[in-house]
Design a binder for this molecule. Structure first.
Ligand code: KG4
Ligand code: ZN
Length: 342
């Protein structure tokens, strides 16, 4: 039900390989969240092929938007704001969602709000945890990002640490490929690791100079490859389960230690995890274990809200709108958009 003072957002997300549209009420209530994943189209290439992604978005964007409105029992006339991801992401993919959003906003005369994809991932937690409010420390880990962010307010972000090379999700995907698991690698490593020994192989944990909360994951990828080569040279098989568990443990150790350190530095008692890698069962459990006894509470979204989806964009757009931050018809896709940048 939509009340008189409710603010209804139509969210649109097409930054990578998910075409998604959602209707979100007051930044917190999901009325619909339609996600059409292209994973099976890209699987045989071992990663997302940008041109294929764009073409599929073109085919799907309008049907997905219509379905989202239908499932929410809402017409475009009942929508107050149109929110859309305009970066970072694949430029061709972003442009599809952006063109649809601009067309709808212009024809229906609705305000348009451009959203940063990562700020959307953070907002997924507002949908999941109705009482969660900033300030908090957020660990954002996806296929393209690994950031520790101090979220001071809904629209105020301070980057405390970030990866200097590969993103955490990227490392999961590359390691999965090298040990013969498919794409996307994260969920497959998560599953294989359940039956593995996290102490079977010692992989490096990279920490920088004192005070830095930055990450580096490219070394661990090389270490896995070196281990596989040395096993082959010795004529010894390797265990997919043990390599998965040991790799995952090494990545999670660094993510957890730096995030807890950030919470201490900023004197925060809330840690929020966001992005595709937030689905990782080991990360969730280890963060909770590390926070226990320190007076820190850990939040993360349900699995479906960890992956790319438009409901998170709808929530973020609501808070941007409340802060008076609207876009206009000049809004363009920005593939390398920085966090907190407008
Ligand atoms: O946020 P997302 O859906 O797309 C980007 O914005 O990048 O994140 C996708 C990433 C992929 O690298 C995928 O392997 C990883 O999230 N991922 C996971 C898990 N589920 C997805 N990584 C570790 N464990 C998981 N359970
Ligand atoms: Zn994402």
């Amino acid at each position: 039900m939509i009340g008189e003072k409710d603010i209804v957002v139509l969210g649109i997300e097409t930054s990578c390989d998910e075409t998604s549209a959602a209707v979100v009420k007051n930044g917190r209530i999901i009325m619909s969240n339609v996600i059409s994943s292209q994973i099976n189209l890209h699987q045989k290439y071992g990663g997302v092929v940008p041109e294929i992604a764009s073409r599929k978005h073109v085919e799907l964007v309008i049907p997905v938007i219509n379905q989202a409105l239908e499932e929410a029992k809402t017409g475009l006339e009942d929508v107050d704001i149109i929110g859309v991801t305009y970066g970072p992401g694949l430029v061709g993919a972003l442009l599809v969602g952006l063109s649809a959003a601009k067309g709808l906003a212009f024809s229906a005369n609705k305000p348009l709000v451009g959203i940063h994809h990562i700020e959307g991932h953070i907002a997924a937690n507002y949908l999941e945890h109705k009482d969660l409010e900033p300030p908090f420390i957020c660990l954002v880990v996806s296929g393209g990002h690994s950031h520790i962010i101090y979220v001071e307010d809904y629209d105020k972000f301070e980057i405390l640490g970030q990866t200097r090379d590969d993103a955490a999700g990227e490392a999961f995907d590359k390691v999965a490929r090298s040990i013969g698991l498919g794409y996307p690698g994260g969920p497959l490593i998560d599953k294989a690791a359940v039956n593995g020994n996290p102490n079977a192989v010692k992989f490096p944990r990279v920490y920088f100079e004192d005070g830095s909360l930055d990450f580096s994951f490219s070394g661990i990828k090389t270490a896995v490859l070196n281990y596989l080569n040395s096993q082959e040279q010795k004529g010894q098989p390797f265990s997919i389960e043990d390599v998965s568990a040991s790799f995952q443990q090494a990545v999670v150790d660094v993510l957890v230690n730096n995030t807890i350190k950030a919470a201490k530095i900023k004197k925060q008692n809330k840690i929020v995890i966001a992005g595709g890698v937030a689905a990782n069962s080991y990360l969730r459990r280890n963060m909770e274990n590390a926070a226990e006894g320190k007076g820190i509470k850990v939040f993360y979204p349900s699995i479906i809200l960890c992956t790319d989806n438009a409901a998170m964009v709808g929530s973020a757009a609501y808070y941007e709108y409340k802060k008076g931050k609207m876009s206009d018809m000049h809004l363009n896709a920005v593939p390398g958009l920085k966090i907190g940048e407008r």
